[in-house]
Design a protein around this ligand. Structure first.
Ligand SMILES: [Zn+2]
Length: 265
């Protein structure tokens, strides 16, 4: 189904009521030719019909070996059996395509902040937009920080006027000109800088997760506790997080905390 991402994302192909159906249960043989008869979990919308037709056309072109038993086969292991080790070896060799692993799992960031960024990069974090997509009814879908636009992860973390001031403060302190990309994932993929000392690069790499952690916790404070931090207080909190996280990094171990504050002041 990887060639039919919309179908795979929105609906599940099944045979009868069995979502664990084998391939053999999804076709019949009529007049010596194979007739594919998968059913879908729900009726297709108009915009999904073309992709479903392409799926059936693609299936029709497959050559079937009816002498073989229908069974699961894990292609990254010579025996065809799934082992976690084979998956880890595969990911270790090739990495996850188009995913900013190094930026998401920065060893200096707080683990729960890394986990948050891991959910934000593929837009899985539960913003109001994503909650509505999952069928949750929300009357006020506006951004919890600025109240002007719909609350999506990309808006909250990058394009919200409130968040933009936080980014601008950091970037201006570091004397960096930066144009925000469209999405969190794109930001993480391009968050590199050249020509800096190792120490400054360490600081640079931890900034996205610190900003996103502060923005998300502030968003939750407003939504669930009806309490607000001013931009100045949130900036201080952000700098505090950076100091706290960087204090465990080897580059900053013998460094006075005020050095970090100085670079961001
Ligand atoms: Zn906003």
């Amino acid at each position: 189904m990887k060639h039919f991402p919309e179908l795979a994302r929105r609906i599940t192909v099944k045979a009868g009521n069995d979502q664990e159906a084998s391939v053999a249960e999804c076709y019949s043989i009529s007049g010596g030719s194979v007739l594919w008869t998968p059913s879908f979990r729900r009726n297709l919308f108009d915009w999904e019909v073309d992709e479903a037709v392409n799926l059936l056309t693609s299936l029709q072109r497959q050559e079937m070996d009816f002498s073989m038993e229908d069974k699961w086969h894990w292609k990254w292991n010579p025996e065809g059996i799934f082992f976690v080790k084979s998956l880890a070896a595969r990911l270790g060799r090739r990495g996850v395509p188009d995913f900013p692993v190094q930026q998401v799992w920065n060893p200096i960031s707080l683990t729960k902040a890394s986990f948050l960024v891991w959910t934000m990069a593929p837009n899985k974090c539960l913003s109001k937009e994503n909650l509505v997509r999952r069928g949750i009814q929300i009357l006020d879908q506006s951004c919890s920080l600025c109240g002007c636009s719909a609350e999506s992860i990309d808006h909250l973390c990058l394009h919200c006027p409130f968040t933009a001031q936080l980014w601008n403060h950091l970037l201006k302190s570091l004397k960096v000109c930066w144009v925000m990309p469209r999405s969190v994932k794109e930001l993480l993929c391009c968050w590199h800088i050249v020509g800096w000392s190792k120490k400054k690069k360490t600081l640079w790499e931890v900034i996205p997760s610190a900003v996103m952690w502060c923005i998300w916790t502030e968003r939750n404070r407003r939504v669930f506790s009806n309490k607000f931090l001013s931009l100045e207080d949130l900036t201080q909190k952000l700098v505090g997080k950076l100091i706290s996280w960087l204090s465990v990094a080897a580059d900053f171990r013998n460094c006075n905390v005020s050095d970090v504050l100085f670079s961001l002041s």
